[in-house]
Design a protein around this ligand. Structure first.
Ligand code: 5CU
Length: 377
């Protein structure tokens, strides 16, 4: 299928299929879904930073509600398509939201992964050419199950990659045990969409955060730092050199990587241990080079200042628009209408590269169409 008109593609847009919500409803520790008598919608409670308010609301019906409302935006395909139509989004590359299958046991995750990926595949097939997806891997299962899952999703017509958290097999993404998985994903031409969930330890936010600061610190700072740390660890361990065909999209414009890449480089050059071990010398591919050769960034950073840093670090040809739907709904206007979180990101693109420019067309959709082969299905 060929098309000449410029199209808008949302590569950062999540769903929880109904079978996954059922599991969350059956749980008593995070992640979970729970109903409270004082609210019409059940609450979706995901983050470590929400545990304290969960306990308080469980014990006191007057306490503020934990988590976020689980509206139809999280699980309904019709709602996703309505959201796309409302915001003139032509194509969405949907993915399971955090924390994916991370909390399932080794014996549960393989089967659940298969069923979630089939469910995403089925949803995409209901809207051919409008929906594609990033699959999820059962990383708590044995290696052969994970590799079988890579082969399975490679064969699904609308699958274009894998959504991946930062915990890997439990030891982070610099774990050598992950290499066969990265190699299999790269060989299958599946792009990794790296997304945070765990943030930073709660103590970092201080004693006032839970009662007074809402979700701001873990989401605005914890998520981006988590991504930055995960990629820096991968870089330092040599994953990108070992798996040269690995391609990763970093959520939230790379966390703080574009801003901190120079500091990472300087710390490497001035590190006595790394210099002595020959890890800092000539021939080393810098993090700047990896940013331009193996990494892509989404454009979910909500201002042209962050977006310009992302463009400077990675290139306007490596940036892809996203919305983070169904997170960040409007709080004071109709959820069925336009979302300010979407227009903030679209406006940032226009301001950073010029409204209607060739670069804006690329960031808003053209890049995703060519990088993720969205015209081939
Ligand atoms: O609001 C949130 O907690 C989140 C989340 O959990 N995951 C995400 O992708 N965006 C926002």
């Amino acid at each position: 299928m060929a098309a000449s008109k410029s199209r808008v593609v949302d590569i950062h847009t999540h769903m929880y299929p109904p079978s996954y919500i059922k599991i969350l409803e059956s749980r008593s520790t995070i992640p979970l879904v729970r109903s409270f008598p004082q609210a019409p919608d059940p609450r979706l409670i995901l983050l470590e930073a929400e545990v304290k308010s969960l306990e308080e609301a469980t014990n006191n019906p007057e306490a503020k509600l934990p988590g976020r409302p689980l509206t139809s935006h999280f699980a309904s395909l019709a709602q996703k398509v309505h959201f796309m139509d409302t915001h003139s989004i032509d194509i969405s590359v949907i993915s399971l939201a955090n924390p994916w299958l991370d909390f399932l046991s080794a014996s549960e995750s393989g089967k659940m992964g298969e069923s979630v990926n089939e469910e995403f595949s089925r949803m995409c097939s209901e809207h051919p050419g409008r929906l594609f997806f990033f699959a999820t891997l059962p990383l708590t299962a044995p290696l052969e199950t994970v590799l079988a899952s890579v082969s399975h999703v490679q064969g699904l017509k609308y699958c274009r990659g894998i959504i991946l958290g930062t915990s890997g097999l439990g030891k982070g993404l610099d774990d050598p045990a992950l290499l066969p998985i990265f190699e299999a994903v790269a060989a299958a031409r599946l792009t990794v969409f790296l997304h945070p969930h765990y943030g930073l330890p709660n103590e970092v936010w201080g004693p006032r955060a839970s009662a007074e600061y809402g979700h701001v610190l873990p989401l605005a700072l914890g998520f981006p730092m988590e991504t930055t740390i995960a990629v820096a660890r991968m870089y330092l361990s040599g994953v990108f050199d070992k798996v040269r065909d690995l391609r990763m999209i970093l959520a939230h414009s790379g966390g703080t990587l574009p801003f901190l890449a120079g500091r990472i480089e300087s710390c490497i050059m001035h590190d006595g241990q790394l210099v002595k071990e020959g890890k800092a010398g000539k021939g080393r591919r810098t993090i700047w080079e990896v940013l331009k050769e193996q990494l892509y960034l989404d454009a979910v950073i909500y201002s042209e200042v962050g977006l310009k840093a992302a463009i400077d670090a990675s290139g306007a040809d490596r940036l892809m628009f996203g919305t983070d739907h169904p997170f960040f709904p409007p709080l004071e206007t109709d959820e069925q209408g336009e979302w300010e979180s979407v227009s903030l990101n679209a406006d940032a693109v226009a301001k950073a590269v010029g409204e209607g420019s060739k670069e804006a067309t690329a960031v808003m959709g053209g890049n995703a169409i060519s990088i993720l082969r969205l015209d081939q299905y």
